[in-house]
Design a protein around this ligand. Structure first.
Ligand code: ADP
Ligand code: MG
Length: 242
């Protein structure tokens, strides 16, 4: 794939916390409208990678390219304006605000009503709970609210950090149906996922991260679940540093 086709390019990225370097020389690309699954054992650096891409964590070296433009020095909110949406882990919703106010905060200026309609159209259960405090929703409903961000912001690329974590299988089905819908609408996805089979089912390409580096990558069709776990085995989790 040529550089031109990539909606997101990460080149030689290095990032960490304090004196600790977590990501080292990470290079990845996500084609427009494609789905990249990022897999790897606990502590490998997947969350750190998404935070560095979205700008919540500064990159120490390397660059992040969005739609052909270097956004490495741009703020997280500027990256949002340019079409990058991050559904973080934890969920990044405001528990003490209502569902409606959470959606309003995510919506671009001038399109608040349309955004709420869009989210409710996808997840009718949110529509029944617009005036309820987000913190009082079930875990599944909170995750629906969290992923609605990816809808109301009309992004080009969405980073999803373990959105199925802790949810009942039928809710995970619903969330993945939503991800399929996003990709059909032409949105590129970066999916960090604990359920390898679910990730492989939706992904075009896979990158396995171990100890802050890309240790295996390629088309999803070339990976079996076993091959992924073998790659994990080669990169036992890092010592916890926090
Ligand atoms: N806020 C933080 N401060 C210091 N170290 C951290 C922080 N967050 C994560 N780490 C460390 O960075 C490494 C990667 O963590 P993380 O990106 O959360 O991995 P993953 O999402 O793959 O489980 C781990 O060793 C973890 O202990
Ligand atoms: Mg994580």
């Amino acid at each position: 794939m040529s550089a031109r086709d990539a909606v997101l390019r990460v080149e030689h990225l290095e990032a960490g916390y304090g004196e600790t370097t977590v990501l080292r020389d990470v290079t990845l690309e996500v084609p427009a409208q494609g789905v990249l699954a990022i897999l790897g054992p606990n502590g490998a650096g997947k969350t750190t990678l998404l935070r560095a891409i979205s700008g919540l964590l500064p990159a120490r070296r390397g660059r992040v390219g969005l739609d052909g433009k270097d956004v490495s020095r741009r703020s997280a909110s500027e990256r949002v304006r340019r079409g990058l949406c991050h559904v973080p882990d934890p969920r990044g919703i405001f528990p003490s605000l209502t569902v409606r106010d959470n959606l309003v905060l995510q919506a671009p200026r001038g399109s608040v009503d349309g955004s709420i309609e869009k989210a409710v159209g996808m997840f009718p259960r949110l529509g029944e709970r617009l005036d309820q405090l987000a913190g009082t929703l079930s875990g599944g409903e909170q995750q629906m609210l969290a992923v609605s961000r990816a809808y109301v912001q009309s992004p080009k690329v969405v980073l999803l950090d373990e959105v199925s974590m802790g949810l009942a299988p039928n809710i995970v089905d619903e969330i993945f149906a939503f991800l399929e819908r996003l990709r059909e609408e032409g949105v590129a996805l970066v999916v960090v996922e604990q359920f390898v089979h679910r990730a492989l089912a939706i992904a075009d390409a896979v990158a396995v991260i171990g100890r802050g580096r890309v240790v295996a990558e390629g088309p999803a069709a070339g990976f079996t679940e076993n091959a992924i776990f073998e790659a994990y085995a080669g990169v036992a989790p890092q010592e916890a540093t926090a």
